[in-house]
Write a protein that binds this ligand. Sequence first.
Ligand SMILES: [Zn+2]
Length: 272
Amino acid sequence: MPQLAGPLQNIATLETVTDDQKVQLAKTLWGWTPCENCLGLRCVTRTCPSRRMARLDTFFKYYGKMTASYVPSLLPGTRPAIQSHNDITEIIKLLKDNPDKTRSQLINDHFSSPNQQTQNAPTDQDKNRAFDLAVRILVMVNSSSDLKATNRLEAGEDSAVWSEDETFTKFMETSFPKSTAIAHNNPQNNPQRGQNNNATPRLANIKALIRAKRLKRIANLKLEPTDDIKNHLHLNHENGTVEIYHHFSVLKEDLMLTKAAANLTMSESIKQ
Ligand SMILES: [Zn+2]
């Protein structure tokens, strides 16, 4: 990977996602440890996570769509904030390892790391764009900083604001209030911390997911798939549709990761 990729090269790099890159992403998101000499999709080792690649196809397509839609700010003397899939997994890893740092600290940490330091730095807007993209992949919530109006526009009107001086943990707690936490956080298992329990963010609405299926039967509503879990169960009265988060396989991966660790604080669950 050259240090300074041109815009076209950048776009071409991010439009294709190889199986290796998918595995790298799954390693970062869910701690996958593929078997030795893994054959990826064609792997026959019974316990190997790579065998679950196929069922995560919708998620990887979503990932590909997100990365392909990334358009960097290309001002003279700057470089794109994302130049490879590896840049994205590095940001995701940083978010997971340091959820109690603020957005501006994390952005600074990432772009001042040795393999990011080049003469030409990305614009601030582009740095924020890179982080919003990583958040979308990691927790499947559209986010934006409150700094640049353009970022908000790109992320969509309903994007959740993650402010510069707010920690990632705080942002997630605000996005997923305790009342929506999943039932498997049984306070009786741990009375002292029962009030602070929170499942992996994406799991927050799994119960509602089940309710949605009943809703369709009872209310005869049309279900519309959404990639943003915060829009899950969003009801549109006018056309009688309800949005449904449709990455079931992603929820399954999250469940597998957190099964043994139900009583976690938000910060701990992000680090999983
Ligand atoms: Zn394997």
